[in-house]
Design a protein around this ligand. Structure first.
Ligand SMILES: [Ca+2]
Ligand SMILES: [Ca+2]
Length: 156
């Protein structure tokens, strides 16, 4: 009888298990393929200089900002991330991601005046699609409540 056969069979199954393990290791990164929302940290409202969440980025963690003219885009993680760095956010944002966990209202006037559009939690929106491309001047999270003063104006 040939005693090498069982050993060969054992080696073959070990190699199969190793291959399977390697397969899982190489597949894992693809399973985590970047979605647009990954470009915005949890808890933040993120504006982008370009459409489709590209270009320079501005992350806000406060619930209100009544004047976005004194906030500036910084280097983002999207396509051509330097595009728009240093430009004021007010009247220059082309897309937005809302990871605040709350509905947020974007307004084309300062202090949340003028036209307003709701961005739901988790939404990734091109502002052209809601008529606010290069027009957003202020925002307020729903949690603040109606009647709350839209006066937060911190520099970032
Ligand atoms: Ca405006
Ligand atoms: Ca501001």
């Amino acid at each position: 009888m040939n005693e090498a056969k069982p050993i060969r069979r054992l080696l073959a199954s070990l190699l199969a298990v190793a291959g399977l393990t390697l397969g899982i290791v190489t597949v894992a990164p693809e399973a985590q393929a970047a979605s647009p929302a990954d470009r915005c940290p949890r808890g933040a409202l993120c504006f982008y200089f370009n459409s489709d969440w590209n270009g320079a980025q501005a992350n806000f963690y406060r619930p209100v900002d009544g004047f976005l003219g004194n906030d500036r885009f910084r280097r983002g993680s999207g396509y051509r991330p330097g595009n728009g760095v240093g430009v004021p956010v007010g009247n220059n944002a082309a897309s937005v991601i809302n990871r605040t966990g709350h509905a947020v209202f974007l307004s084309d006037g300062t202090q949340c005046t003028g036209r307003s559009r709701q961005i739901n939690p988790g939404a990734t929106r091109n502002l052209a699609a809601i008529g606010l491309k290069n027009q957003v001047s202020s925002f307020m999270a729903h949690q603040v409540g109606a009647g709350a003063a839209c006066v937060g104006d911190g520099m970032r």
